[in-house]
Design a protein around this ligand. Sequence first.
Ligand code: FMN
Length: 193
Amino acid sequence: MLSSTRRMGNTEQLAYCAANSLPSSAQQRWIHLQDHPLPYFVDLRHHTPYPAPTGNAQLLLDATLDATDLVLVAPLYWYSLPVHAKHYLDYWSAWLRTPHLNFREEMRGKTLWFIVVSSGDRAETKPLEETLILTARYMAMNWGGLLYGTGSRPNDIQDDAQALKQAQHFFSAADPAPDPSPTAAQPLMQKAR
Ligand SMILES: Cc1cc2nc3c(=O)[nH]c(=O)nc-3n(C[C@H](O)[C@H](O)[C@H](O)COP(=O)(O)O)c2cc1C
């Protein structure tokens, strides 16, 4: 799931480098979230059941359910996710409550990966990394890990030799689900949101 607002930027290039090492038997589907805009998300949890998804929401839902592994590919925007990626995740909240989707059960055991580029330093991506680890845990998904690169202008990533090297092994070195905040995370799991 590519979420930069520009094409062939640093994050997209880094994601291609990482995908390059996947075996040919691994099916890949690349989606630019910007190509599939979603209607404004509205919290209907406490009013009416969510309607069945249609249009782009249906497309993104189907792609999500079809995948064994979900890779969020995002530039750091204000220490957080770009709006398309955040919007997509907000829809998970609706899908969790849409009758007959069984979204929670379907997501259980899939693996969430994160590829991020920023123009600052790695430490500034830490809060977002922890956010996504908690999100994976809430969904009973596995956490694959984070691949970080640095760059500002498009193609800057090509000068980040360390990121390009790490990309070669990224998908073969899954994280053992680090625990960012054990005391805070567990109650989250149990709460119905
Ligand atoms: C709206 C916006 C917010 C940004 N916020 C940050 C930030 O908080 N920290 C940072 O280091 N870089 C920030 N950047 C820089 C991008 O993360 C950086 O240019 C990145 O390489 C863009 O990736 P892309 O080429 O895939 O779009 C921001 C860029 C934009 C456009």
